[in-house]
Design a protein around this ligand. Structure first.
Ligand code: PLP
Length: 378
């Protein structure tokens, strides 16, 4: 019988209790004595702290296998590199997380992989970008920072019917809101730095999918050297167990805050998939269990108002990254997307004064009151 995610988070994958210990101890050792098993070494991703996480994370998305990595970018790059070789063509959604976009534009291009950035919400245009040597398609479940939800069902169908490997960055949704591997994506990738860990004290990543594909990424990772260390495994393991509790609160508080912002006269636009005004609200409602904790908005007062807003807010911290228990605010052009040129930013629809909020798990009314006060001063 398969359990609900709340139960899986606590018990799934916890096969062996070491000397009766309720918590998996930290195995602070780089290597293990020779035995009949393959060599055990942290970089090979087969130590007890890694394996318990791999088992649990696979179950959370209803997948065969998973691989924890030393960062979200280690997960993304090791998975992408397992899908293409020189001379291949790669399809990437327009407006991706800046680090991913940079990798695709720079390193992947250096490997002689050609890339087309395509509109993942317009299936009628996809055949035109498909080439004889296209191997893979890459999208995000909820894009950063515009929180768009592209046509995920059609992406799966298009990939399957054209023999492409589908990859999705599922960081913003988390397995609580969307089980991307179970929905049909070949690779579901996460920056576990964000919601999976949830406490802003670890940098980690995850590759989830079919065993054969995850093992391909694991081989790359072993060569690239992006393994997760035992201490970080322990912290991720601990943080992960409250994912469901945290996500329910992120979902509820972000919904309340986005409704407040949407109706405020000084706010030009509010982007949140849980708002009925969001262009893909119906799809997000159908596919997701919740809409997540990420929202972005623009003020009518432009860049000056945006900077004043950041200064005047008392609760959200002015900081990059996302997915922790504390609310954060940033301007994507100076953080997640700072590596993009003005032309690339414009093509992605990310304006200078766009503000992005990672809504934490503080009391919703306290947060709204804080935003209301700050808006009075802009
Ligand atoms: N994917 C998304 C959507 C992100 O926002 C980030 C980081 O901000 C990453 C991937 C990269 O993750 P990491 O910083 O853990 O390497």
């Amino acid at each position: 019988m398969s359990h609900a995610i709340d139960t899986q988070l606590i018990h799934a994958g916890e096969e062996s209790r070491i000397d009766g210990a309720i918590r998996m101890p930290i195995f602070q050792t780089a290597m293990f004595e020779h035995d009949d098993a393959p060599l055990r070494y942290i970089r090979y991703n087969n130590t007890p702290n890694q394996r318990v996480l791999n088992r649990k994370l696979a179950i959370l998305e209803g997948a065969e296998d998973a691989l924890v990595t030393g960062s979200g970018m280690a997960a993304i790059t090791s998975a992408i590199l397992s899908t293409v070789k020189p001379g291949d063509h790669f399809l990437a959604q327009k407006s991706l997380y800046g680090g991913t976009q940079k990798f695709i534009l720079n390193l992947l291009a250096d490997l002689n992989v050609t890339v087309s950035f395509f509109d993942a919400d317009a299936p009628e245009t996809w055949n035109a970008v498909l080439k004889r040597n296209t191997r893979a398609v890459y999208v995000e479940s909820i894009t950063n920072p515009l929180v768009q939800v592209c046509d995920l069902e059609q992406i799966i169908e298009f990939s399957q019917s054209n023999n492409l490997i589908s990859l999705i960055d599922n960081t913003f949704a988390s397995p609580y809101n969307y089980q991307a591997a179970n929905a049909g994506f070949d690779y579901s990738l996460h920056s576990a730095t964000k919601y999976l860990n949830g406490h802003s004290d670890v940098v980690a990543g995850v590759v989830i999918g079919k065993e054969e594909l995850v093992q391909k990424a694991a081989k790359n990772l072993a060569q690239l050297g992006g393994a997760l260390d035992p201490n970080s495994c322990f912290l991720l393991h601990r943080g992960l167990q409250t994912l469901a509790l945290r996500m329910r609160q992120h979902n509820a508080t972000a919904q309340s805050l986005s409704e407040f912002l949407y109706s405020h006269p000084k706010v030009l636009c509010t982007n949140y998939p849980g708002l009925s005004s969001h262009p893909q609200h119906e799809r997000a409602t159908r596919l997701f269990h919740g809409f997540g904790g990420m929202l972005s908005f623009e003020l009518k007062g432009g860049i000056e108002a945006a900077n004043n807003m950041i200064t005047n807010l008392q609760i959200p911290v002015f900081a990059p990254s996302l997915g922790g228990v504390e609310s954060l605010i940033t301007r994507p052009v100076i953080s997640s997307h700072s590596g993009l040129t003005p032309d690339e930013l414009e093509a992605s629809g990310i304006r200078d004064h766009l503000l992005r909020v990672s809504v934490g798990i503080e009391d919703a009314q306290d947060l709204i009151a804080d935003f209301e006060k700050a808006l009075q001063k802009v």
